[in-house]
Design a protein around this ligand. Structure first.
Ligand code: ATP
Ligand code: PAU
Ligand code: K
Length: 244
């Protein structure tokens, strides 16, 4: 059995794979003593681990330590690449691209050859465009939804509010409404731009992943929700690399 991990800046997503079949999956927090505690006893059956991560070196080392204690098996990290199976990265310096973006794009490329947008609404929001030739046209990195609220709360002395997950975008008449509606309004504007760009570049599909995917879909991002997109790309790449 193989363990696949997508370790973001906040959360970690894992799945257990037996010859391409998903036996179990779950989430954890990177700073926890055992970030894959939700896998329980199954962890003892793991024979190898493959990881896609954008966490700091410190957190990556912590994850390796935790895994070494739980199951002393080979661990392989997978990073961004220049090209794979027709998908071509727009970055000159691909080592700088977050592995999650490349793996999500590759996961999308396998099923959506007619051009697509990947929106990953995690700790940060990323938007990437790939055309029908597999050429990555480039992308955007924006602060995540929680990150924006947190910066308003910590960097502005007189802004106090309770965060809400609402979708209302009408002008607010209290601090709480102004902040919460403001975030929905800004996110909605981003959604409109993504839809307009997809049309302009003839990208057929919009794939949405990350913890805030449903919020963006609620704000009008009509797309395909693929919570497992990074893990899908990682699994495919691992399979290709180990079958050679
Ligand atoms: N159970 C949850 N725990 C934490 N965040 C959650 C949860 N459910 C939804 N969210 C939302 O998900 C966002 C984080 O998304 P996600 O878990 O995909 O991030 P991540 O993969 O750690 O981040 P990144 O890949 O950008 O580093 C937060 O902005 C938060 O609003
Ligand atoms: C943008 C995030 C944080 C999204 O998870 C991640 O992909 C990352 O750390 N990227 C590095 C910078 C880049 O992709 O150019
Ligand atoms: K992510």
């Amino acid at each position: 059995m193989k363990l696949f991990i997508d370790a973001g800046n906040t959360r970690l997503k894992w799945c257990l794979d037996d010859q391409g079949r998903t036996l179990a999956s779950g989430t954890g927090l990177l700073e926890e003593e055992n970030p894959v505690s939700s896998a329980g006893e199954l962890i003892s059956q793991v024979r190898s681990v493959a990881i896609s991560t954008v966490a700091s070196e410190e957190r990556r080392a912590h994850l390796l330590d935790s895994l070494a204690k739980l199951c002393p098996v080979p661990v392989q990290f997978y990073w961004s690449e220049q090209t794979r199976n027709g998908l071509v990265n727009a970055y000159q310096d691909v080592a700088r691209m977050g592995a999650d973006r490349w793996h999500a794009m590759y996961g999308a490329w396998l099923d959506h050859k007619q051009g697509f947008v990947v929106v990953d609404a995690g700790s940060a929001v990323t938007v990437d465009y790939v055309d029908s030739r597999g050429q990555h046209l480039g992308g955007y990195i924006l602060p995540g939804l929680q990150m924006m609220l947190r910066s308003l709360r910590t960097d502005a002395a007189r802004i106090w509010f309770d965060p809400e997950q609402g979708l209302a975008t009408d002008p607010g008449s209290s601090t709480g409404e102004c902040v919460n509606h403001g975030l929905a309004w800004l996110s909605g504007a981003m959604v409109e731009r993504v839809i307009a760009d997809a049309r302009e570049h003839s990208l057929a599909d919009v794939l949405v992943t990350g913890g805030d995917a449903n919020r963006l879909i609620g704000l009008g991002l009509s797309g395909i929700h693929r919570p497992d997109l990074v893990l899908s790309g990682l699994r495919a790449i691992h399979a290709e690399e180990t079958s050679e």
